[in-house]
Design a protein around this ligand. Structure first.
Ligand code: FMN
Length: 338
């Protein structure tokens, strides 16, 4: 039996296989209100029909000013819960578990409104200059993650992923490239970790299910977080009760990223071994054989599939065929999936 199709468990949530639909913004809220649309039902349910074990809903904003674009999904208001609950029901109906990525874009929000960041430094000329967050802004934002976690629970999600990667708000606090603060939230790596630490604690106040955190394990700049800093952060996450570190990279500053199959795996494997925490591998993982190699060599516990699942919602079927595994077909498709 291939490891890719062996079930695994996080705090009592059993995933039927190790395939995760990587969070991908669809910029498809029609009225700029953060609400789920018919597109989202079709899009996410299709991947559940295709036998993805964990369907992770895209970056979903905990505050309206934390959206990457005005068309992002939101979870900043009670009015978002009903649509997200219906989305959960649709995905669950086909046997997948569900996750939601809770996000705040910080200085990378492309909105008409004011935007916020740890320090008043813009990403590049195409982005607005953010306002430096006051301690009160920081407290409110941490609280927004708590309220979002409560709504995620009410909506029926199985797992929460906190978006700490790609140069968005949490990553802006973690990185010395973007966090120039002189107070308790800036300076040493202990202080730069404080924002994430408090977000994890506030999520846990409302949520006792599994918590994943996506990080940028490489900032592609020698003045950015080193691997040693990253391992310090993942050690702290482990102490704080995080169940899995999802190992992405980049996005903190406009750097060019060398990409090739498994380009983020090296650091993913090191985090798994050196912090002794479960990891998710992501980035140009395109074949079943590649995914199986990663899992069998203990380089990660889950594989996150992004663009391959946009090309083919039945990617798990293709991976099973490659690995010679028989995959349970959705009852409607049995005659086609022999
Ligand atoms: C259209 C699109 C939207 C994305 N949106 C998100 C997002 O909301 N959150 C996130 O953490 N990563 C996002 N990503 C990154 C993917 O989750 C994934 O990490 C990246 O595409 C590399 O994996 P892949 O090579 O399998 O596509 C997005 C990628 C794409 C292509």
């Amino acid at each position: 039996m291939s490891k890719l199709f062996t079930p695994t468990d996080f705090k009592g949530i059993t995933l039927k296989n190790r395939i995760v639909m990587s969070p991908m913004c669809m910029y498809s809220c029609e009225r700029e209100d953060g609400k789920v649309t018919p597109f989202h039902f079709t899009h996410y349910a299709s991947r559940a029909v295709g036998q993805t074990g964990l369907v992770m809903v895209e970056a979903t904003a905990v505050q309206p000013e934390g959206r990457i674009s005005a068309n992002d999904l939101g979870i900043w208001d009670e009015g978002h819960t009903a649509g997200l609950k219906q989305l959960n029901d649709e995905i669950h109906a086909y046997g997948a578990k569900t996750a939601i990525q809770l996000a705040h874009a910080g200085r990378k929000a492309q909105l008409e409104s004011d935007i916020y960041a740890p320090s008043s430094v813009r990403f590049n000329q195409d982005f607005k200059e953010p306002l430096e967050m006051t301690i009160n802004d920081i407290r409110e934002t941490i609280d927004s993650f708590k309220n979002a976690a409560r709504r995620a629970k009410e909506a029926g999600f199985d797992i929460i992923e906190i978006h700490g990667a790609h140069g968005y708000l949490i990553n802006q606090f973690l990185s010395p490239l973007t966090n120039l603060r002189q107070d308790d939230f800036g300076g040493s790596r202990k202080n730069r970790y404080r924002f994430l630490e408090e977000i994890i604690a506030s999520v846990k106040a409302e949520w006792d299910g599994p918590i994943f955190v996506r990080i940028s394990s490489n900032e592609y700049d020698e003045k950015g977080n080193s691997m040693d800093d990253i391992l310090y952060f993942t050690e702290r996450m482990k102490e704080d009760g995080v169940d899995l570190v999802d190992c992405s990279s980049g996005g903190v500053i406009p750097a060019s990223i060398p990409t090739y199959p498994g380009y983020q795996l090296n650091r993913c494997e090191r985090i798994k071994k050196e912090t002794d925490i479960a990891t998710g591998a992501v980035g140009l993982i395109t074949t079943g054989i590649q995914a199986e190699e990663i899992l069998q060599n203990d380089r990660a516990d889950l594989v996150f599939i992004g663009r391959s699942l946009l090309r083919n919602p039945y990617w798990p079927k293709a991976a099973a065929d490659e690995l010679g595994t028989t995959l349970d077909a959705p009852v409607q498709y049995k005659r086609g999936w022999k």
